[in-house]
Design a protein around this ligand. Structure first.
Ligand code: ADP
Ligand code: ZN
Length: 722
């Protein structure tokens, strides 16, 4: 068993990398590796896979060998390690023989902690290579982008197959395989091909909560894009377009409008592409307009927006591209411009010559992309369900969830629709059923169907409203649709429950659509942030590394927000590990001190409370005097409105006070909120999954419910489910 306690691992994370908390499954993955278990870690791009082997590498006695396919990324990773004072190095074909010899010698001497190797550097006759590795006495093997070993994956690289004998040569050395590829066939394949022994497998959620998803109608797309960029002029972003010509066109127009933009596509020569990418990494270009060729090799953490000028050809690609935004965890936007015309164009591309099977798959995937664009519901839920993850129908951070919502009881309309499907023998598509419901006089409607009771029963709704209903019923699985060209609507078990009145149909309607939010005014000192960025750029230039390798944007924002004035204060800033503090701390402190003096500002570091240590059980909420005062009055039999009046506070505030005592079990909610009302709130909490935020629930429930009641119900709900 490993001798590292969670506390020790937290300390190591802070010391080497300057981070306060582990993300997702980082901690259990690291524990697994340090226990010498073979480990498969599946995490979305940008979630922080590297730490999963870099931290163990620092704690294990010998060297960690990292196999990684992308030469550009390799250099970046090693630069990031060096910036943290960790001796990492790489071996790949971009280096001279001399350079490689020097690194190998250093590794033999035991000086290198992490050695990155490109798979093509492993000779086909791998014996000599494994002999060489044996001399280095490795403690751990990390196989990055492990899906490359699988022909199921989207990026098969035959060189990876040379790793199949790794475990034979080093049965006792643990292997960690890492990938962002979700699909289960690929996972299984990785385990088999690498011959992992009783591997521990960790799958993290693919959700990227800091990305806000928007779909906008493609009208004056260029103008919309330009407006957006102008409002976010300090931000970096990527615009994806389908054709090379349009990347050049858009970049040119942006450039004329004074935006530092460049284009990138596969038609350019490699040197030129490298130059553009490098300049973007270094923030010399703010915006890159690119075909999908751009992105594989890019590891820029502060991309604030990804805009799709054209529709993507499938959801996988779209999600991967949007995933290049916000890798630093800060709020970012993903905006897609949708037009049906794009779908028509893509349909032509979907046809693979002489391969009807492949064509059918591509068409189906395009259909699902179109469904995403036209989806009337939470975008994130759609995306997560697409990747096989259950997700509540409300995320609070997409165009749909940010619009004002209204819950509608659609039970009766749903029953009308289902009954029309049933009475016509489940043999028709949506168009026919809707015409029938609306009593169309068209000859297409069979005479016998015009005699049905359901004929014309749905005149009160417009055609589009019925189309929306059909979509909602499909999406909520109240009906099924055949996959053939007729797309016939079919009933299922859930349909019958609804028809028999055993279940209700509640739909969430959107009242208005919102545009991506304007940049929020964060409470940091803007000029100071500029100065700090300036210093960072100077250091980056001196050291020939990208600026974010020195410190990430969010670290600079924290500096400009909390104004640390001493080395001790600096320790509280995320991303400032001990090495970076000793190397760069003085320079940044100098600028902050000077700024604070000029503007007569005190340090605000005390506002940055150290994160509470994780407890096994949630702590009892602490109770303040004002809450106690409310409780005393309430116990004396004073009604809530009276308490509010006496204390000069709002009813909702008083209810909020009482919520604390519901949470700790001192009060019984049933004595405060009527049963039916409570059930109603709880059902919305359940369906939205919002157990903390009251606003989304309030939006759905409307004026008959107070914030205080919602808060109380949430406390009750959490308590009864913990
Ligand atoms: P990927 O999973 O795509 O390989 P990386 O390992 O490159 O992601 O990490 C993405 C970014 O997140 C990096 O800038 C990294 O330093 C940062 N990061 C990783 N773990 C943490 C953490 N626990 N706290 C804060 N930032 C982290
Ligand atoms: Zn949402």
């Amino acid at each position: 068993m490993s001798t590292y306690t969670k506390e020790k691992l937290h300390q190591a994370l802070k010391h080497f990398f300057g981070y306060d908390e582990f993300r997702l499954n980082q901690l259990p993955i690291i524990e697994s590796v340090l226990n010498s278990s073979d480990t498969l870690a599946i995490m979305p791009t940008g979630a922080g896979k590297s730490i999963c082997y870099q931290l163990p590498a620092m704690l294990l006695p010998g060297i960690t060998i990292v196999v990684s396919p992308l030469i550009a990324l390799m250099k970046d990773q090693v630069d990031a390690l060096l910036a943290n004072g960790i001796y990492g190095a790489f071996l790949n074909s971009s280096q001279s023989a001399d350079e490689q010899r020097r690194i190998i010698e250093d590794a033999r001497q035991g000086n290198i902690k992490l050695l990155y190797i490109a798979p093509e550097r492993i000779p086909a006759n791998s014996e000599s290579f494994f002999d060489f590795l044996r001399q280095l006495n490795p403690s751990l093997f990390a196989i990055d982008e492990a899906h490359c070993i699988s022909s199921w994956g989207h990026d098969f690289r035959p060189d990876y197959l040379k790793l199949a004998v790794l475990k034979k040569h080093f049965p006792a050395v643990p292997v960690i395989a890492l990938t962002a590829s979700a699909d289960t066939l690929t996972q299984k394949d990785i385990v088999e091909k690498l011959d992992l022994r009783h591997p521990r497998i960790f799958v993290s959620s693919f959700n990227r909560p800091n990305i806000q998803y928007h779909v906008q109608a493609k009208k004056d797309a260029f103008k919309q894009i330009l407006d957006y960029i102008k409002k976010h002029k300090d931000d970096s972003g990527i615009i994806y377009a389908l054709s090379r010509a349009s990347t050049e066109g858009i970049a040119g127009r942006l450039y004329e409008a004074g935006i530092k933009a460049a284009y990138y596509h596969a038609g350019m020569d490699a040197a030129e592409r490298g130059r553009v990418q490098e300049a973007f990494q270094r923030d010399e270009y703010k915006v890159i307009v690119a075909t999908i060729a751009f992105g594989m090799g890019i590891d820029k953490s502060n991309v604030r927006f990804v805009i799709h000028h054209d529709v993507s050809k499938n959801v996988e690609g779209y999600y991967q591209e949007t995933g290049r935004a916000g890798r630093d965890g800060l709020k970012s936007d993903a905006i897609l411009f949708y037009s049906f015309g794009d779908i028509m164009k893509l349909r032509k591309f979907a046809e693979v010559e002489n391969n009807p099977q492949q064509s059918a798959i591509s068409r189906k995937k395009l259909q699902l992309m179109q469904d995403y664009c036209e989806h009337e519901g939470c975008r994130r839920q759609y995306l997560m369900q697409y990747f096989g993850e259950e997700f509540p129908p409300y995320c609070g951070n997409c165009d749909y969830c940010l619009s004002s919502l209204e819950e509608k009881d659609a039970t009766i309309d749903g029953q009308k629709l289902l009954s029309a499907i049933s009475r016509t023998g489940e043999r028709y598509g949506a168009g026919y059923i809707i015409d029938l419901l609306r009593g169309s006089a068209s000859e297409k409607i069979q005479p016998a169907h015009k005699e049905l009771k359901t004929y014309g029963i749905g005149k009160d709704l417009k055609k589009e409203e019925w189309q929306w209903m059909v979509q909602q019923l499909l999406y909520n699985r109240f009906i099924d649709k055949t996959d053939d060209q007729f797309a016939t609507l079919k009933l299922n078990d859930k349909s019958w429950k609804l028809l028999k009145g055993e279940t209700e149909l509640k739909l969430v309607l959107r009242k208005e659509k919102i545009a991506p939010a304007e940049e929020e005014e964060p409470e940091y000192d803007k000029q100071l942030l500029k100065d700090l960025k300036g210093l960072r750029l100077d250091i980056a230039d001196q050291e020939h590394v990208p600026a974010y390798n020195i410190l990430a944007d969010n670290s600079l924002i924290e500096l400009a927000t909390y104004l640390p004035l001493s080395f001790d204060d600096l320790k509280q800033i995320s991303g400032f590990g001990d090495y970076k503090i000793s190397k760069y701390g003085a320079g940044f402190l100098k600028i902050i001190k000077q700024y604070a003096e000029e503007h007569n500002l005190p340090s605000r570091i005390s506002y940055k409370k150290p994160k509470e240590k994780k407890r096994d059980k949630p702590a009892k909420p602490s109770v303040s005097n004002t809450q106690q005062a409310t409780l005393a009055l309430y116990r004396d039999g004073v009604s809530i409105p009276e308490i509010a009046a006496q204390r000069g506070l709002s009813v909702s505030t008083i209810e909020g006070h009482l919520a604390v005592f519901i949470a700790n079990g001192e009060l019984d909610i049933h004595k405060i909120i009527a049963k039916l009302k409570l059930e109603k709130i709880v059902s919305v909490i359940k369906s939205t999954g919002q157990t903390f935020a009251a606003k989304p629930i309030k939006d759905l429930l409307g004026d008959d419910f107070t914030y205080g009641e919602i808060k109380m119900a949430q406390e009750y709900y959490r308590r009864s489910n913990s």
